[in-house]
Design a protein around this ligand. Structure first.
Ligand code: HEC
Ligand code: HEC
Length: 205
């Protein structure tokens, strides 16, 4: 008798467990679907359907680590990083979808960038690889990798639009983007010409 009850209980809890698991999985895939829908209907207008934006004021998101993209979405939402277009868009997005959005855009291959000024790009290379010891600018390659592909801690820069890179360096400098103390220092120490040369070099990586 006792034994029979136990078996019944065990069977019930197995069924309940399986049902719960099914619901959780359903919830997770509904979330991924919601994120994909939002990405293709809303975000794609500026960032491109595959995260390779055509307009240089909008960053390419393709090929970037999910962790980095997620951190930036939270920074826009909290006001640590300020930009009207993104703040307005995210005001209507459930933060529970941020991680799915980051995974979606990061999953595509990044399209190569276009160098507009080869002479400037050539000036950018030694700066990128070795920094500027006179003004205390660290080597970008030390963190973002020599090929600019980055890793989980340091974002990918390779092939990014010049205009976007220049704006970020200026925003770190002015404090509009207060997401990283070291990048604020980098922004402050770079001259305008150095920033331009770096943006050209990065576009060609
Ligand atoms: C109206 C245009 C517009 C739309 C729509 C838009 N974005 Fe953006 N997004 C921008 C701009 C502009 C920036 C650059 C902000 C800056 O200069 O700091 C940006 C930056 C970002 C960044 C930071 C990238 C980096 O390299 O640090 C992420 C992540 C991002 N957007 C994700 C999204 C997602 C996800 C959506 C949809 C929910 C979305 N964006 C919709 C314009 C847009
Ligand atoms: C000590 C490591 C380190 C060094 C050196 C470094 N960076 Fe960064 N960089 C970072 C980190 C970390 C971030 C992301 C910070 C954040 O969350 O805003 C970043 C972000 C950036 C971004 C914004 C990327 C985006 O998608 O919005 C640009 C542009 C950039 N770095 C350019 C440079 C350049 C150019 C140099 C060299 C002059 C450089 N960095 C040197 C660590 C570094």
């Amino acid at each position: 008798m006792h034994r029979h009850h136990y078996a019944q209980y065990a069977a019930h809890s197995w069924v309940a467990g399986a049902l719960l698991m099914g619901l959780l999985l359903c919830g997770a895939s509904a979330r991924a679907d919601d994120a994909r829908k939002l990405a293709t209907t809303v975000c794609a207008a500026c960032h491109g359907p595959d995260g390779n934006s055509a307009d240089p004021q909008y960053p390419k998101l393709a090929g970037m680590e999910q962790e980095y993209l997620l951190r930036q979405l939270s920074a826009f939402a909290s006001g640590k990083r300020r930009e009207e277009a993104m703040t307005a868009v995210l005001a209507n997005v459930d933060p529970g979808l941020f991680s799915g959005l980051a995974a979606y855009f990061g999953s595509f291959a990044a399209a190569p960038g276009k160098v507009a000024n080869a002479q400037l790009a050539a000036q950018g290379k030694p700066l990128y690889d070795d920094g500027n010891t006179d003004s205390g600018v660290p080597a970008c390659a030390g963190c973002h990798q020599p090929d600019g592909k980055g890793n989980a801690r340091f974002p990918r820069l390779a092939g990014q639009h010049q205009a976007y890179v220049l704006k970020q360096l200026a925003d770190y400098k002015s404090g509009r983007r207060a997401t990283d103390a070291l990048m604020t220092t980098v922004g402050k120490r770079l001259t305008a010409t150095e920033a331009q040369a770096l943006a050209e070099y990065i576009a060609g990586l």
